[in-house]
Design a protein around this ligand. Structure first.
Ligand code: ZN
Length: 172
């Protein structure tokens, strides 16, 4: 029988790099990039700080902001800045809660959204996929099996780069 390797990924890391937790996501799975953050959290945090400093009066501050002057008005500015901030915050807290789930017990309620995410990433248009099917996992899988399932789904999701800011969400 294959061993449950997802529980002990850090065993393969050099001792010096073990257990150095990222200050945001608290993961030990990634090398720290700078300021005590892993590369994922570092680039998000950096972007977040730049967006926080956005000032419509000072074009120099508007890194990542649309160049098209049609968006250079107060109404769109507020929408875009708030949207960026919310999505970056959501992403940072997702990385943190995901890491917590990887390290602890998971249930159907944690597994269903991951299956839905994989389904969405695969291009499925079925928005109701596994809707209210949490019990399917809780009644048919042991705790260990649920953890393995969650880890496999997480590996798929992590192997696909984050799509970045969703402009549809900003203007919805
Ligand atoms: Zn991190």
């Amino acid at each position: 029988m294959r061993s449950f390797k997802w529980e002990s990924e850090s065993d393969n890391m050099p001792i010096a790099e073990r257990n150095i937790k990222c200050k945001n996501c608290l993961s030990t799975r990634f090398k720290l990039k700078a300021k005590g953050l892993c590369s994922r959290c570092y680039s998000l945090t950096r972007k977040f700080k730049i967006v926080e400093q956005w000032n419509l009066e000072n074009i120099e501050t508007l890194k990542y902001y649309p160049k098209d002057m049609i968006f250079h008005n107060q109404r769109d500015f507020n929408k875009i800045k708030n949207g960026f901030i919310r999505q970056l915050e959501d992403r940072l807290s997702y990385l943190q809660s995901n890491e917590e789930m990887l390290g602890g017990a998971v249930n159907g309620v944690d597994i269903v959204p991951r299956f839905q995410k994989v389904s969405e990433l695969a291009g499925s248009r079925n928005k109701d996929f596994l809707w209210h099917e949490e019990d399917l996992f809780d009644q048919n899988f042991t705790s260990k099996q649920k953890k393995i399932l969650f880890s496999i789904l997480n590996q798929i999701i992590e192997s696909i780069p984050w799509r970045g800011i969703d402009w549809n969400k900003i203007f919805r």
